[in-house]
Design a protein around this ligand. Structure first.
Ligand SMILES: [Zn+2]
Length: 402
């Protein structure tokens, strides 16, 4: 199948010679391969044209981020399997966390978006009956009119000063239609079927973070104000980020995130130079730059959709589950979320690799993401302990997984 990939150059060829035409490669067999390919590729950044009249900048393509493979993998796994419990990106400013998250919107399929202020959808009627939507929508539905349209997934970013009321919703002083309709939707409800990005999650109140994590875990949440209550869907991929220099995250909150990534700056001069070239090319001509990644981005979007569709079928063999539990026991991790995240991440990884059974290697690949920073003694000064923990994780992995 020719899906229009251009081949990355090998390491030996990466001498920043932008004069070589990229070759066409015929197929890609897994998400990981695609990721490696786009990550290792050198892009031609010569003489970008001025992009006149562009009102809105397209996001910097996810696949155009140099290196940061672990961050990319964690984010993609969370798109494949929303039951992971989200992703927490930990690292200083300027390491591409926000850029990576914003680039994800191009990787999700289109979703149904309500045309109504109250967010009514056809699905509500199909699952809970006609009373689940507002009177206007009930009438429209009766007349065979659409309540929604297909739209691109949005990135909902939680403002740093968000109050609990903004997040879950509250009384709507303007609506006087009916008792039921006097509740105003909060940010969580707008995040439904979208991506929710909580930057500087360590700066938010525990109450707000708890509400977000509850909604993410359950896929819905209920707001009660006096005699009124409403339940909203909140099926979203949750991504949090924090700069550990600006304050800690309580262990209980930290534990509720599924995958954890320690994001560092780029390590080699070649990577830094490549990142600079790409950033420059994007700044001068965001659309033109994005076009270079369009083929890969579309292929990745299809991979993710396929992986999501296959996820239900992916089995976790008993011997692998046992190895995972032994790993957690050996590392003295108490949290029950450890195995949920570990196994769900391994299933997502297998699905992304078009397999229907989790292997030891899948477990090994996702274990650092799922298990790091789970033990309370690591919380206080986790960054200094990080190196030691990684080494230990590696050793235990060597011991348990063949
Ligand atoms: Zn409605």
């Amino acid at each position: 199948m020719d899906i229009g990939y251009t081949k990355p150059m090998s390491k030996e060829e990466t001498n920043f010679d932008f004069s070589t035409e990229p070759e066409i490669v015929t197929e890609v067999s897994s998400l990981q391969e695609l990721l490696d390919r786009a990550t290792g590729r050198i892009y031609r950044a010569e003489q970008p044209q001025e992009d006149a009249g562009l009102v809105e900048r397209p996001p910097f393509p996810f696949l155009a981020l140099v290196s940061q493979k672990e961050m990319k993998l964690a984010l993609l796994l969370s798109l494949v399997n929303p039951n992971l419990g989200g992703v927490l990106l930990i690292g200083p400013r300027g390491t591409g966390k926000t850029t990576a998250v914003r680039g994800l919107v191009d990787l999700l399929p289109h979703v149904k978006r309500s045309l109504c202020h109250y967010g009514c959808l056809e699905d509500d009627i199909e699952t809970s009956g006609i009373d689940a939507v507002c009177p206007d929508c009930a009438q429209k539905y009766g007349q065979g009119e659409a309540l929604s349209e297909l739209e691109k997934v949005r990135l909902v970013e939680l403002p740093l000063n968000a109050r609990l009321e903004d997040v879950v919703g509250g009384l709507d002083p303007q609506a006087e239609v009916s008792e039921r309709m006097r509740l105003k939707r909060g940010i969580l409800s707008h995040a439904d079927r979208n991506l929710l990005y909580v930057d500087e999650v360590n700066m938010l109140s525990d109450q707000v973070v708890d509400a977000i994590l509850d909604a993410a875990a359950q896929g819905q949440f209920t707001v009660r104000r006096g005699a009124m209550s409403a339940t909203y869907r909140s099926d979203f991929a949750l991504i949090g980020s924090m700069n550990p220099e600006e304050g800690h995250l309580r262990p209980q909150i930290m534990d509720r995130f599924g995958l954890r990534v320690i994001v560092r700056g780029l390590e080699t001069k070649a990577e830094r130079l490549e990142a600079y070239q790409r950033t420059r090319a994007y700044k001068v001509n965001p659309r033109g730059f994005g076009e270079q990644f369009m083929g890969d981005t579309q292929a990745l979007r299809e991979e993710i959709q396929l992986s999501r569709d296959n996820l239900q079928e992916v089995k976790l063999p008993e011997k692998i589950a046992h190895a995972g539990l032994e790993l957690i026991e050996k590392l003295k991790i108490d949290s029950l979320r450890a195995e949920i995240t570990l196994f769900e991440a391994a299933r997502a990884y297998a699905a992304a690799d078009a397999r229907l059974e989790v292997t030891f290697q899948d477990l090994r690949t996702v274990a650092p993401l799922a298990l790091r920073l789970r033990r309370s003694q690591f919380m206080a000064d986790y960054l200094s302990d990080q190196v030691e923990e990684s080494r230990e994780l590696g050793n235990v992995l060597d011991e348990i997984i063949p």
